[in-house]
Design a binder for this molecule. Sequence first.
Ligand code: E4P
Length: 218
Amino acid sequence: MKFFVDTADIAEIRGLAAVGVVDGVTTNPSLVAKTGRPIREVVKEICEAIEGPVSAEVTATEFDGMVTEGERLASIAANVAIKVPSTWDGFRACRALSERGLKLNVTLCFSANQALLAAKAGAAYISPFVGRLEDIGLDGMDVVRKIRAIYDNDKSFNTQILASSIRTPRHVMQAAMAGADIATVPPGVLRKLANHPLTEQGLASFLADWGRTGQAIR
Ligand code: E4P
């Protein structure tokens, strides 16, 4: 499973990219708003820092506006993936922009049927929002499992499952087990993946024992 990092914070992206765990980046209007910077500038900078796909989202809600904004976002860099919402206009814009050779990420997906429509519309990525489904008491990972089964049943689909709204390390593991192709993970959660108290305790006792030997590895 690939990791995308779910942020528009360039310092965070560069830090994680240096560890080699960033296969791409996802942004959304809220994440870009948090930077306080112009979207073109932010997306361009991220695209220069990362070789993989960088999702940038349209804010128009009807077809013509989505297509215009999608083309503008795509003109920023070759690795931009255009995000459109899981609405009828979004699916239509997905079809139109995909046919022009652009990569589309259909976002705000909360059901397997929306994912089915996205695949039929030629999306490169479908983004089921696991955490937001759990916020309303539903099983977010069950939607990921259903999408996996649906996509595996139709070999003509060429859409990757991008598990989104990932809030915990447990979500990351569950997404990998459910067959997600990618998980987009906030930087704080990504960093937590390495943590285990037994690793810390084990390391401390190894170093204490080693210190008593007076040796150095030369
Ligand atoms: C995905 O592309 C979205 O940016 C993101 O995963 C949403 O996460 P949230 O529900 O924690 O805001």
